[in-house]
Design a protein around this ligand. Sequence first.
Ligand code: SF4
Ligand code: SF4
Length: 338
Amino acid sequence: MIRTIPLILDSASPAHTSHGAPFNDTIARHGVSTLTAQTISTIQVNIGKLCNQICHHCHVDAGPQRTEIMSLETLDAILAILQKYPQISTVDITGGAPEMNPHFEYFVKECRSLNRTVIDRCNLTVFFVKGKGHLPQFLAKHNIEIVASLPCYLEDNVDEQRGKGVFDRSIAALQQLNALGYGMEGSALQLSLVYNPIGPNLPPSQKELESDYKKELFSRFGISFNHLYTITNMPISRFLDDLRSNGHIEQYTELLINSFNPSSLQSLMCRSLISVSWDGKLYDCDFNQMLDLTITPPSHQTISTFDFDLLKHRRIATGQHCYGCTAGAGSSCGGSLS
Ligand code: SF4
Ligand code: SF4
């Protein structure tokens, strides 16, 4: 039976509010009686919570003190799955700062040798961590797609959300990537940026913001990139703490619920993706992973029992946090949904 987070939950979830219809009731009213996966074309791998930054909005609660790192054994188990199931065409590597896992480069090379598209969710400043200066060249050599966070083209806004000095280092990193061909016209090296709102608001139109970003980053710093993805902040973990301490939790939850957009349901990322945590457990998405809302069926909850045929049409575990994916234009790791 489909799992749903009840309206009253633990403190890690936004669903402790008494506002709003349960997510499953809302989607049922729009003809989706059970949210199910349609395929698994992407495996999103969270290879650790270690990060050189401590951002205010981080839903992973990552930082320099975190010790959770995916082992070589688990990475090899994922490679074996990729070998077995060619249907999984994309490996989306996230963290923490994924590059801080000591096996990152091994994993990337092996995924590429299996001919998979590889995405590195990069915070850009990791290029300036001791011993990581070669990363831009490494990523370019292996044709790794880079998806990098940059919540604004203005220094104050970025530093407020991501820490002092992050903006300057991010700009320097983007300039390095451009010099290698990333994000440049006619180049195969793909560079996309991620915007997420600084406060308790929905992102603006992705198309319009992308055009502003392109204009501003090029005129101020000579920077080019391919796409901008606008992502709604999920009210879990550190962003939830921020909402709570600023007294915005009820208002933000209501905003997400009242902005429900049924046209986002078809392309929710959980319908074509499976997420693996640093310790090899399987989840429907990175957000469910952070809430420890495990996958069904229970007998296939780790990478060692992965069964493509059983999981490709699984029922998805949902909760009130799912309103974060269906609000406004919809939201996913690949930006807005409509
Ligand atoms: S948002 Fe990204 S860069 Fe910031 S702390 Fe979290 S994982 Fe690190
Ligand atoms: S949080 Fe979003 S991606 Fe995850 S299960 Fe809910 S709707 Fe799907």
